[in-house]
Each structure stands twice: as C-alpha cells, then as structure tokens.
Design a protein around this ligand. Sequence first.
Ligand code: URA
Length: 261
Amino acid sequence: MRLDKFLAEASVGTRKDVRNYIKEGKVKVNDEVIIKAYLEIDENKDVITYLDDVVMHSGRVYYMFNKPAGYITARKDEFSKTVFDFFHEENSEGIFHVGRLDKDTEGLLLFTNDGDFNNNLMCPEKHVKKRYFFIALGFLDETKINLLESGISIGEDEDITKPAKLDNVECKDYGYFNETTNVSKFYSMEPSRYDAPVVSGYLTISEGRKHQVKRMLKAAGCYVIYLKRISIGDLSLDETLEMGQYRALTENEINSVLRKS
Ligand code: URA
C-alpha cells in the first residue's frame, strides 16, 4: 500500500494533509524519514511513525462523502452514474455505503467496510438522528409543523412517523428562493409563478424509511424540490468537502460512532 494512503486510512489526516506531513519529514518508515508519499510499504511488516508515534492501521476504513444530485446510491447501475464513480479504485475495494440517499438528494453519505459502524448508525433500534435541509413548494403553518413533529401518516399500511423536529422554517415565495438559493441546478418555474409559496427548513428524523422526508412533507401538502443531508448522529457534513469529494473520518469521528455500541 502507498504510504500516503496508509496514513490517510489510519486517520492521521486527509490525503492532502498526510502528503504535507511526509514532505515536512514528520513520517518515518522503519526509523528512516521518508519524503516520498508514493512509497510502497508493507503494512503488515513495516513500522510507520508520525511525529515518532507508531501509526496503527486496523484495516477498517471510514469515509465521509459529499454526494451530488444525479448519482444513484449503489455500486453499479445499468442506466445511471453511481456514487462509487467518485472513489479511486484503490479506496473502494470492500467498502459499502451506510444507508442511502435518493438520486436527487445531496449531502452526507458515509462509506465503510466495518459492519459494526454501519449497524450503530442504521439499526432502527438505535434511533440515530438524521438532519436534512429541504426546500419545498407549499407552506408550513403551526398546525402542519405540529403534525410533522408529533407523527404523520405517510402510507396506508404504515405506522405514523416517530417524533421529529423542524427548525429554521422559512415561508417565502419561489422568486425569493430562486434568487437567494445557492444550489447548482435549482428547480425551474415559469416567471408567472414566482409568487408561488415555497418553504425551507431543517427536518430531523430518527427513522430511515424510503423517501421519508419527501413523504412526510408531501403528507403536509409540500413537494420537495431540494434535499440535502446535513448530519447523521454526531457526524456532520464537512462543508469544506466539495460536491463529489470524500475524506477519511478522523479518529474522533469514528469513535463517536463506535462508542455507541
Ligand atoms: N428522505 C428522502 O425523502 N430522501 C432521501 O434521500 C433521504 C431521506
């Protein structure tokens, strides 16, 4: 394995950080300072240190990805591009996505090869909170907000939703959002309809039913035109990640999930 990949996977820093550490002479392989990020090491035999501390690599990998709209959450798809298209081949071996986002949803998606990590976030009994930013055609008044927060019916044969939380709800019109919203491809409408009511806000849920946010808002009379996941449990999307970029989770981020076993 390449030295920079080993260090990044061991959460010493991002790929860019660790290349700098290597250049700065902070990394040794078998007691020798190495300044070549691409050096091939044997992770089972060689002793790697960063600032003279031995770096342990468990073989487990954890990535945070900023998903763009237009990509399916799957390894392969016959008709569409997938989130794996963004991963370097050497990083994607054996990893899987933790949960899913719809094709048109953006934001935080996690990847790992660690089943316990996945379980701690996805197991329904753990009630892990997921926070989404939405923009939707329609409006939300106090009655609808109360309904969404206390539990709403989203399907005939389904239980009503578990308690949820809405915050920063803003009711304006389409023209306002069209002018102020900073997303790459915003839902398009005829200028004659710019006065249509549009609402934005953050919805936090602790379940993971299919299309849940869209279905909840639909049940409240709103049609989602933009959706982005902001956080899962204690893990928030790193806003310095550009759309389509990923990075290894830090040790603290990994432990914040694994400690919850
Ligand atoms: N809820 C949705 O409706 N879509 C997503 O992608 C995630 C949550």
